[in-house]
Design a protein around this ligand. Sequence first.
Ligand code: ADP
Ligand code: MG
Length: 446
Amino acid sequence: MINDANAIWQEMLSKLEVEVYSLGFDVWIKPLRPVKIEDGVLILSTATATSRNEVAAKYMPLFKAILRRIDGAPSDIAIVSDDEDGVPAPAPIAHHEEPPRNEYGTINPKYNFENFVVGKCNELSAAAARAVAEAPGQVYNPLFIYGGVGLGKTHLMHAIGNEVKMSTSNLKIMYVSSKTFLNEFIESIRTASGGSNQAFREKYRSIDLLMIDDVQFIAKKPSTQEEIFHIFEELQNSGKQMVFASDRPPQDIPDLDDRVRSRFMSSLVVDVQPPDLETRIAILQRKAQDAKVNIADAPLEYIAERVTGSIREMEGVLTKVIFLAKLRGSKVDLNICAEALKDYRVQECDEITADEIIDCTCRYFNVQKADVVGKKKNKEVVEPRQVAIYLINELMTLPLASIGEFFGGREHTTVMHARDKISAALVSDQKMRTAVNDIKAMVLRK
Ligand code: ADP
Ligand code: MG
């Protein structure tokens, strides 16, 4: 057992930072302080009872799940607040909880079908996931879910896990990221005598429901792919259910072994798309209800109209809005929403410049910047130009007329045309969606 509360908390922070939306991380998690470890319970403190209850309601299951992933860590966690009288008493929500026996990896109880809002954008994926959960290994095996960041893929996988856990308690369920899967695999070869990965294969062979998230990262590791292919084949032949998620469809994952690719492609491949306005509003209503906060329709619509990207992002804004309302001791109203969104936009365009967007676009399409901002009209430069214009419009708050300035003083009608052209292409053209997503990721990563 590690006895240093601080060391464990640092380790937890590094894992939490990856899993929690950054705003939630800054607002709720960073302010926590490790106090001590007592009777196998890691005790954290926070300033007020209100924030303690918030953090506990939001993150306790995740904290526990993460704690279980740290070797030698205490088995439980409690949060106390500084503003309460007397000796810090463990928070009421803390109780000892054995890790479920038939589960490797962690199924997050927070994500289920009941709280997954279904709209046009995800109805196919949701239906397929439900069907799989009801009859694992019998229909749609494997199931392959793809789509952009923060659109609910991971949520659906956990929902399958939770559903299966509830209905058929004796099935072994495993959810892993492809990185964990690969690392374990490589580790098993490294430590086994004679380079055998027998233990690894044994372990995976005993799984009834295997879910691997973000399989796009399986790419670029050719040496492991053959083995992975065999494992998939074995599992499938013995009627075990597999579910994969990826940010792109199998045919667009680069450097993938042909056999692994064809295995993916022979899956039922379904996608999640960005939600339309109505679905975004429904999701916000659901999240507010889950957070037990009463919010009128108008503020929710206000947020849904403005935050159109990922659902994770929208959730982050909602968290901030709720936080600000608590801070001000007022109801969530349009003023508070505007305040939250003002920061959100400023944050975004502070960091991003048009030049960066143009640079990333040029790198992606492998074209010269001078051509893209210049007069040439051949297809090879027109498309990158339109994509750059589209992204500048999306990621920055600039009048259309000044966007034209970056491209040799083009008219705002040209800018509008480019923007609309790419918007339309995004609906029907998978290559374009991949390109725009990848470039956006490049820009935002800077
Ligand atoms: P992805 O794995 O596609 O990047 P996640 O599954 O992690 O996205 O979803 C990001 C956040 O958005 C999660 O908090 C999830 O609960 C929420 N979310 C996504 N889609 C929905 C939905 N249809 N209904 C409710 N919440 C959703
Ligand atoms: Mg995910």
